[in-house]
Design a protein around this ligand. Structure first.
Ligand SMILES: O=C(O)CCC(=O)C(=O)O
Length: 294
């Protein structure tokens, strides 16, 4: 359970380190599972085997790639690893994570929108540009979800932890502004954002100032879907591996607009995502985390 102080902190900042909730052996199991799937690779799954929805190097665009589709500064993105791995399927139901998301959103019903591994290899892992999540998810409205971010390595400034801007979740859709900073990739420049940004009048935080968000193995970190965030390159000798689980609240409705997940939505425009089908598991019902029983 999060304390009221933690909930207030999240409301103010748009992010929160929720502390340690995973034992070492749980982190090790997930980390081994991730390495198993990385070995299979984007092209190695049998056609009829359960597999992720997307598996690609996010940073490869415009570069020459090897036969795995890997460019010179890889950020391996695996979307819905839970569909390919029992250990990750169990993770999306984790009662401490789900309970905290329910507290932070104030919603009793929650579903998984999708999950996403971002794997930055040691020495050459690429950057994930500054962005907000909700504007990249036009298929669902309103923009209220919260994500849990769980690392499988200590994620710190040296190996490309996320950076965030406190209070930015109250500033609406600012993707047009953030796109101007696509050139920021290296650790020593990544925080140079927001200098000329004027937060909307009446918001609590009135300066756009980026801060690094180190998260240690075993801990969970939460961020609002409108919080400005991104992560720089990983020049360190350590991997930076993590999963984000993007949750939807019971108010989410299908808009008909496109996203990698929209091909799996089995409802009509305007209907609640609650009925969207098996790719969007319900993980909290009437305020109680659903027990994973498979
Ligand atoms: O893992 C990262 O560095 C970025 C993840 C991210 O953008 C997200 O969780 O929304």
């Amino acid at each position: 359970m999060l304390t009221q102080e933690q909930i207030d902190q999240f409301d103010h900042d748009g992010f929160l380190n929720g502390g340690r909730i995973f034992a070492d052996n749980e982190v090790a199991e997930l980390s081994d599972e991730l390495e198993r799937i990385m070995k299979i690779g984007p092209k190695g799954f049998d056609e009829d085997a359960p597999q992720p929805v997307l598996f690609r190097d996010l940073a490869a665009g415009g570069y020459e790639t090897n036969d795995r589709g890997e460019g010179p500064t890889p950020v391996w993105q695996i979307v819905n690893i839970w569909e390919a791995s029992k250990a990750f399927e169990k993770l999306i139901y984790h009662p401490a994570v789900v309970g905290a998301i329910s507290q932070l959103t104030g919603f009793a019903d929650l579903q998984v929108w999708h999950d996403q591994i971002q794997y930055k290899p040691e020495g050459r892992g690429g950057a994930t540009g500054w962005h907000q999540d909700a504007p990249l998810w036009p298929s669902i409205e309103p923009m209220t979800p919260v994500s849990a971010w769980i690392p499988f390595d200590d994620a710190d400034v040296e190996n490309g932890c996320m950076w965030m801007v406190p209070g930015s979740h109250r500033w609406g859709n600012q993707m047009e502004y953030l796109r101007r900073f696509g050139n920021l990739k290296l650790i020593n420049e990544f925080g140079n954002i927001g200098g000329d940004f004027q937060p909307p009048e009446g918001t609590e935080v009135i300066e756009a100032k980026a801060v690094p968000r180190p998260v240690m193995q075993g801990e969970v970190h939460f961020h609002h879907s409108l919080t400005w965030h991104g992560s720089p390159t990983n020049p360190s000798p350590r991997t930076r591996r993590a999963i984000a689980i993007h949750y939807m609240t019971g108010e989410a409705k299908y808009t008909g607009r496109a996203h990698a997940m929209s091909q799996f939505i089995e409802i009509e425009v305007g209907e609640p995502m609650l009925n969207a089908g098996p790719h969007f598991p319900s993980v909290c019902r009437a305020g109680k985390p659903v027990v994973f029983a498979r």
